[in-house]
Ligand binder design. Sequence first.
Ligand code: HEM
Ligand code: HEM
Length: 183
Amino acid sequence: MQPARYTKTAIVLHWLVAFLIFGAFPIGLIMSDMSLSPLKLKLFSYHKWLGVTVFILAVARLAWRATHVPPLLPGTMPVWQQRAAQGVHHVLYLLLFLIPLSGWLMSSAKGVQTVYFGVLPLPDLVGKDKALGHLLQVVHETLNYGMLALVIVHIAAALKHQYVDRNGVLARMVPFIEKETSK
Ligand code: HEM
Ligand code: HEM
């Protein structure tokens, strides 16, 4: 049987990943535009650590998803909206892997090893290759803008369900608003 809401584990993982991305994304934009300085190098490290953590948590999320059935969407929601929501969630899951992986591959190709929290060197996934590094940078950037667009749609849909349809979908991921608004 499908549960009425997400489990605590799913909720914690969802918000942890969202907050890390809301940190990694602007840091990525800011650091890319900076001229070389000790601060730029620090931001590159912080960005990579946040990104690798997203990757690890994405594995945990996928494990949760493989072993749990997500809650049933409200029956009042049109079928096309249910399909769109599921489609967006699947693509977001894919991006949670592809974005960190493209960043890691890019760093390897550019010849800059990723050292997780400054102590755990991650293996370089490809050899140093300037052209490949540039291509992967474009891939990383494009995937990020794709995710930004989807997250905007995702947030807009969540707010519409909460304040227009009032069908309690947001409360499934934000438990403390459940009592006030869900039917
Ligand atoms: C979900 C995680 C991540 C997000 C949201 C993210 C986001 C971004 C964004 C928005 C940029 C700026 C793109 C631009 O406009 O030029 C960027 C650049 C970059 N990212 Fe990430 N990233 C993530 C993970 C990673 C990881 C895991 C690594 C490496 C291990 C990485 C390495 C880089 C590097 C090296 C750049 C700068 C490229 C350059 O200007 O030379 N990223 N990232
Ligand atoms: C980078 C930011 C975010 C990412 C990558 C993301 C990703 C996801 C994914 C993959 C799911 C599906 C979970 C599953 O069924 O296993 C989900 C569900 C959900 N997210 Fe997000 N999310 C983000 C931010 C947000 C924000 C800011 C909000 C609220 C304004 C939000 C509201 C929700 C809600 C309400 C659900 C449950 C939908 C349902 O019950 O079917 N998310 N999110």
